[in-house]
Design a binder for this molecule. Structure first.
Ligand code: FAD
Length: 467
């Protein structure tokens, strides 16, 4: 008699396919639900699993970069999708890019051939919180399931003030992302620290502009090209998070009365209020980076690089992320999830992929892998142990579960999600090399001690087994 619980996985995208395979590889049976082709999303075009809806790049393969570190940890854990990505790679310099059709075809083939995975081509609209389930329905989760997730997020378990989700912030539909800049690339001689009207501590970096500087910036912003808008995106921007170029189109001074308003921001060096000011706010868990407050925009990345370099102090800034606005369904993970990706209020329900607040193909596969491992552990009576904080996987999960819940936004893997080294290393390359080495040491130890011990021994594990 099979005493293992069966795992339901909803969504056979990047995260769901990887999660299913990780369960099966550990001898755990899976029911994998995929709504395509019966019902499709506005971005998917095929009925294959793990379709890459936009670019075909799985980011850098250069040693000692953050995307490399995450992939290296996934490789050491036996990520099946990463393995297929390597099998279907196309030349792309230092990046891992794939033949997208071949990639999805091979993932579909591998998952369909797995005897422990039963595929159900149907839309899931209800979740039974008593049943072990991984929700991996991505940024374009169907409407009916989105409503079900809101219901789940606001019900059950211990809804004391410390764990209760905020009803309106439990599910987001648009991602409006401000650019993020590396702190040590800001020219501090041109900016000053101050809080508006000196209220609270002077945590903001203010970039002051003269009239001439403002006019130059304004003209460049209006001339910059936006990202092509797909019909289905039809964004109908919310008034409270308009892109800066949209605000600028309403008049030359609108930005000076909006996100660039200088009132209450006296420059201590001149004793005067500047003509306009851009405020930079420190990211919560990103110790060495600042976001440009209210600077969400829909411009092409190259255009942003030019326009933002006209802001005093940012002439040579390095951007960790550019502004973006796109449809994105994601939960408020810091208030809803444990570090094992299980819901605080419903311990049998897990989330993985973009819907849990990570951003990007590799990050989605990575959290799918973790959810699959954890679900397999739970299904076989084991207890999942999250990866250490010093690892890329651990840092990503730490970010989505420990960030400030009111301002939570999805994140890619970057070095500023990883903890700082105990000893400060000035040279960036050397610092990153040391962070990677520490991460991999801790990763190997965790993987050796916990990963297989938490559940059943691996099955034949095909070519994915690295042990
Ligand atoms: C338009 C767009 C472009 C993007 N471009 C990039 C990019 O270029 N590079 C990058 O790194 N990231 C990109 N992303 C972000 C993200 O990496 C991808 O969306 C990625 O596919 C997310 O993986 P996932 O597994 O979470 O979701 P998906 O890969 O979208 O998988 C979710 C699956 O769930 C299915 N599903 C949805 N609802 C249900 C339901 N109720 N029942 C059953 N099945 C359901 C869907 O059909 C889908 O197959 C983009 C996102 C969007 C929306």
């Amino acid at each position: 008699m099979d005493l293992h619980k069966k795992v339901r996985i909803v969504g056979a995208g990047l995260a769901g396919s990887e999660a299913a395979w990780q369960c099966a590889r550990r001898g755990v049976a899976v029911e994998l639900f995929e709504m395509r082709p019966a019902r499709t999303t506005p971005a998917h075009q095929t009925q294959d699993f793990a379709e890459l809806v936009c670019s075909n790049s799985l980011k850098s393969e250069s040693e000692h970069t953050a995307p490399w570190l995450l992939k290296e940890e996934m490789r050491r854990s036996g990520s099946r999708l990463l393995e297929i990505a390597r099998e279907t790679a196309v030349p792309a310099g230092h990046a891992l890019a794939v033949d997208r059709a071949e990639f999805s075809r091979k993932v579909t083939e591998a998952i369909s051939a797995e005897p422990l995975i039963t595929i159900r081509r149907e839309e899931v609209t209800e979740i039974d919180p008593e049943q072990l389930t991984v929700i991996a329905t991505g940024p374009l989760t169907s409407d009916a399931l989105s409503q079900e997730i809101v219901r789940l997020s606001t019900s059950g378990g211990d809804l004391s003030p410390s764990t209760a989700p905020l009803p309106h912030s439990s599910l987001f539909f648009y991602d409006s992302i401000s650019p993020i800049v590396e702190a040590d690339s800001i020219d501090m001689s041109k900016v000053y620290l101050a809080a508006r009207y000196d209220k609270g501590s002077a945590d903001y970096i203010n970039c002051p502009m003269s009239k001439d500087e403002y006019d130059r910036f304004y003209d460049a912003l209006l001339a910059a090209q936006s990202v092509d808008q797909k019909d289905w995106e039809n964004l109908n921007y919310f008034e409270s998070c308009l892109p800066i170029e949209e605000i600028a189109r309403r008049g030359r001074d609108t930005l000076r009365f909006g996100p660039m308003k200088p009132v209450g921001l006296k420059d201590p060096r001149t004793g005067r209020i500047p003509y306009a000011a851009v405020q930079l706010r420190q990211e919560n868990l990103r110790a060495d980076s600042y976001n440009l407050v209210g600077f969400q925009n829909h411009l092409k990345f190259g255009e942003q690089a030019h326009v933002l370099s006209l802001i005093p102090g940012l002439e040579n800034a390095r951007f960790l992320r550019y502004g973006q606005i796109h449809r994105n369904t994601y939960i408020n993970s810091p208030s809803l999830l444990n570090k094992t990706l299980t819901m605080k209020a419903h311990p049998e329900v897990m989330f993985a992929g973009q819907i849990c607040g990570v951003e990007g193909y590799v990050e989605s596969i990575a959290t799918g892998m973790m959810a699959g491992m954890n679900a397999a552990a739970l299904a076989t009576g084991g207890e999942p142990v999250p990866p250490p904080r010093a690892t890329a996987l651990g840092s990503l999960i730490h970010y989505i579960t420990a960030a400030e819940s009111r301002t939570f936004q999805p994140a890619n893997i970057t070095f500023d999600l990883l903890p700082a080294l105990e000893t400060r290393v000035r040279d960036r390359k050397e610092r990153h090399r040391q962070q990677c080495e520490l991460a991999l040491r801790e990763f190997d130890e965790w993987h050796h001690r916990h990963v297989w011990q938490t559940g059943a021994a691996p099955t034949g594990a095909r070519s994915g087994s690295k042990r």
